[in-house]
Design a protein around this ligand. Structure first.
Ligand code: KG4
Ligand code: ZN
Length: 351
């Protein structure tokens, strides 16, 4: 079984071909970072236009690298939401066209399910597992029970954690995307110099909030006045990173308890999303998971950030179960993985 997967829900245009054995035959990702960099964040209109310009070429490239013709595909999958709707439409319409012309099944994939299932392609792990999904667009803790079956233990109620890294970097003029820049500066800073809040720490449940932390960073900078030195930036980056990770760790602590009560059979904790690239987060989570008797599993960095292979793989998982879609499938800006989860109105599509 071979599936082509398309991704266009945020600022990466991506196409990939994956087999049922989890072999990635091609995985082409075009980042729009340079287009958005002058604005310090993703601009939806610019993203949608860039996806339109690039998608056909990327599909052709992915097929060529996989050394396949379209009639060798068993299905075509595309992110159908959640995300920036203009972009989602581009990938989904492209997939519909391929499905119609080749007469192969269309699979509309929830972008979050793509992140959630990647680890089954890379590490062949069994359901259920606990997932910390942290990126520029999402901050969620989920129990992944099966294909299409998730229990959301927590979500951000405002900003995503990657977004907080990006905004902190923007306030200090460190460049975009902010996460890697903040991590670099933090390595040279004193994490205890600035006393920043740990949002939601100690509260019950697993929800996150990051907008207060961002405001605190702004206030520190205002108090420092005009003369912000390189060392100030390093110290603030380190203090911010420590606070953000502390907040994540405190939420995970509650998640272990809740997940274990329902699913004593869980063995693995997984991190996915761009923030999983953060070495400090990974090492702290690994130690905490080990203490609780879990193994930490992290897909390779290129498969943690947005890509087409994760969508193709989710397509494979769904196609195996005959969970295919018809050509009238609608693109969705919001699409929670767990339909029973409480909505978080200020988080928009991130919840
Ligand atoms: O998964 P991703 O590529 O795209 C989204 O779906 O958002 O994640 C990108 C996010 C950005 O917010 C970026 O700043 C963050 O991941 N990020 C990091 C690091 N590398 C990327 N955050 C913290 N530390 C890093 N090393
Ligand atoms: Zn993503």
């Amino acid at each position: 079984m071979i599936v082509l997967g398309l991704e266009s829900s945020c600022d990466e245009t991506a196409a990939a071909v994956v087999t049922a054995e989890g072999q990635i035959l091609s995985n082409v990702v075009l980042s729009q970072v340079e287009e958005h960099a002058p604005f310090g964040g993703v601009v939806p209109e610019i993203a949608a236009r860039a996806h339109i310009t690039q998608m056909d070429r990327l599909v052709a490239k992915a097929m060529k690298e996989a050394d396949l013709d379209f009639d060798q595909l068993d299905g075509v999958a595309a992110t159908a939401g959640p995300g920036l709707i203009g972009g989602v439409l581009v990938g989904l319409m492209t997939a519909k066209a391929i499905s119609a012309v080749q007469d192969i099944p269309l699979i509309g994939v929830n972008h979050l399910e793509g992140h959630a299932l990647t680890v089954r392609m890379t590490d062949k792990i069994a359901f259920p597992y606990l997932l910390l999904l942290v990126s520029g667009g999402h901050s969620q803790i989920l129990v992944v029970e099966d294909v299409g079956k998730f229990r959301r233990l927590g979500t951000t109620i405002d900003d995503a954690v990657g977004e907080a890294f990006d905004k902190t970097a923007k306030l200090m003029g460190l460049g975009f995307p902010g996460g890697p820049a903040v991590e670099r500066f933090a390595a040279k800073g004193d994490a205890d110099r600035f006393d920043l809040p740990r949002p939601m720490k100690g509260k019950p449940g697993c929800d996150f909030s990051f907008s207060g932390l961002k405001t605190a960073v702004r206030q520190v900078l205002e108090n420092l006045g005009e003369t912000v030195t390189e060392q100030d930036k390093c110290d603030l980056a380190a203090s911010f990173q420590k606070a953000a990770i502390d907040a994540l760790m405190s939420r995970m602590k509650n998640a272990y308890k809740i997940a274990k009560a329902d699913h004593p059979e869980i063995r693995n904790v997984v991190i996915a999303g761009g923030v999983a690239a953060n070495a400090s987060l990974r090492s702290q989570l690994e130690a905490a998971a080990k203490e609780k008797g879990y193994s930490l599993v992290v897909p390779p960095p290129a498969l943690c950030t947005d890509n087409g292979a994760m969508i193709a793989w989710a397509g494979i998982e769904r196609l195996r179960l005959n969970l295919t879609d018809t050509l009238d499938l609608a693109a969705k800006a919001r699409w929670p993985l767990d339909p029973n989860a409480e909505p978080a109105p200020f988080a928009g599509y991130k919840a």
